[in-house]
Design a protein around this ligand. Structure first.
Ligand code: SF4
Length: 428
């Protein structure tokens, strides 16, 4: 059996057409994980293509082609599925969009794998081999025990700035209304600590990136995990929620285990906005202290902000830029509030008549797809461009990085120049 596993990308990130260069890419592990789950009894030939680093050749011959796609890449995944189907392949799709929009996905592919694939994907392959493949495969609740190590031989290591990527958990224990993580994985689950530590020990190089949406979704597990990680003397970067500082000693434990960079969803400087989107655990009055504390411990801060919340007025852009520059966030990033289809947020905005586009490729965080409450679409668009341009002006890059821990400066400068290039291409 010939199995082709494709990770389609939105045009912005696509190899050959996109704006990213190697320096911004961490290797994703979704498809290498699915490759590891192919039963050896099938004696299958498996090939993985991540469109971030390799163009997809639709004339490739395969019996089964699997896709995973976020919403903005879904239309392109459907286009690829059509091309492979016309060559006689059977097509399957999983990932967040197919899970949330299963009926739609089934109009374009032969089968959908919803949620976790650890148990259902091997079952689908077995069914396919025996000519009885069904249309929908659901997780059965036992996946947590079977989280596997990705087949890393399928990662084209030279094409990523960092190919030593790993995950210790799935999902998130929070429920922010604009986020699809908890829609794809309803509960926060963790992998066996010894297994993940062994996986990390085997990774080449000093620096490791965790791909988890939230490394501290289970505090007791996190404490045990980072205690076990420390003796490896690796450096690592990963996503944490801002309530990290509420847990005594946890930051120091993470730092002693090699923490060098946190990606944090600050989202807004307005508590009312955060409360309204179910992110009330985040307190803007604590942000400056948190950033200073991370910097003092040598941890770089990549901060993400969402613009266009219902409580955002036209002054939000300037306030956000001033805060970021004054508090020296090393690598800020911005997205427009985006109501992903299949979520309660989408349903609410649809009921209010505020959904302006159902072209999913525009649900990429940079296009405005809904009617904002306190400004026009053009004003939100201009505001998004303004925050990118101002925070990534050369003087402001240097103002922000002046506060960065010594070791971080070269890495942060390189990342800033790449983000600046991205901003110039996407928000020109
Ligand atoms: S904390 Fe982050 S990953 Fe978790 S639900 Fe909120 S936005 Fe999503």
């Amino acid at each position: 059996m010939r199995i082709l596993l494709i990770h389609p990308q939105h045009e912005i990130q696509r190899f050959g057409a996109g704006v990213y260069k190697k320096h911004l890419r961490y290797a994703p592990t979704t498809m290498p994980t699915l490759a590891a789950l192919v039963p050896t009894s099938l004696a299958a030939h498996v090939r993985v293509i991540d469109e971030m680093v390799e163009a997809v050749d639709t004339s490739l011959q395969a019996d089964l082609v699997g896709f995973t796609a976020i919403t903005s890449a879904a239309p392109h995944a459907y286009e690829l599925a059509r091309a492979f189907k016309s060559n006689g392949a059977t097509t399957v799709m999983g990932g967040v969009h197919a899970t949330l929009m299963t009926d739609e996905a089934l109009r374009h592919v032969d089968a959908v794998v919803r949620g976790y694939a650890e148990v259902s994907w091997p079952r689908l392959l077995d069914d396919f081999a025996h000519g009885r493949m069904q249309r929908i495969y659901e997780p059965d609740g036992t996946e947590v025990q079977t989280l596997v190590t990705p087949a890393r031989e399928h990662i084209r290591k030279r094409d990523y700035v960092l190919s030593s990527t790993v995950e210790m958990s799935r999902g998130c224990n929070k429920r922010c209304d604009f986020c699809v993580t908890h829609r794809l994985h309803e509960s926060y689950v963790t992998k066996d600590i010894d297994k993940v530590i062994a996986e990390i020990r085997a990774l080449p190089g000093k620096l490791v990136a965790f791909l988890d949406p939230n490394l501290i979704g289970n505090i007791a597990y996190a404490r045990e995990f980072f205690t076990a990680l420390a003796p490896l003397k690796k450096w690592w970067v990963g996503c944490v929620s801002i309530d990290l500082l509420n847990h005594e000693g946890l930051l120091d434990l993470m730092v002693s285990s090699g923490a060098k960079g946190f990606l944090i969803g600050f989202e807004s400087l307005n508590q009312e906005a955060l409360n309204a989107v179910n992110k009330g655990f985040s307190h803007p009055q604590d942000y400056a202290y948190a950033i200073r504390t991370f910097h003092e411990r040598g941890v770089m801060v990549q901060g993400s902000f969402v613009l266009g919340f219902d409580t955002d007025d036209k002054g939000v852009f300037e306030r956000t830029v001033d805060f970021i520059v004054d508090n020296k966030i090393d690598l800020p990033q911005f997205t427009a509030y985006t109501p992903f289809p299949g979520t309660p947020l989408y349903d609410r905005l649809q009921q209010e008549g505020r959904i302006l586009s159902t072209d999913w490729s525009r649900y990429n965080g940079h296009d405005i797809v809904f009617q904002p409450k306190q400004m026009s679409v053009a004003e939100l668009n201009q505001g998004l461009r303004y925050v990118w341009q101002r925070t990534y002006s050369i003087p402001n890059i240097f103002r922000r990085l002046w506060g960065a821990p010594y070791w971080v400066k070269p890495a942060a400068l390189l990342s800033n120049l790449n983000f600046r290039r991205f901003m110039q291409r996407v928000h020109a």
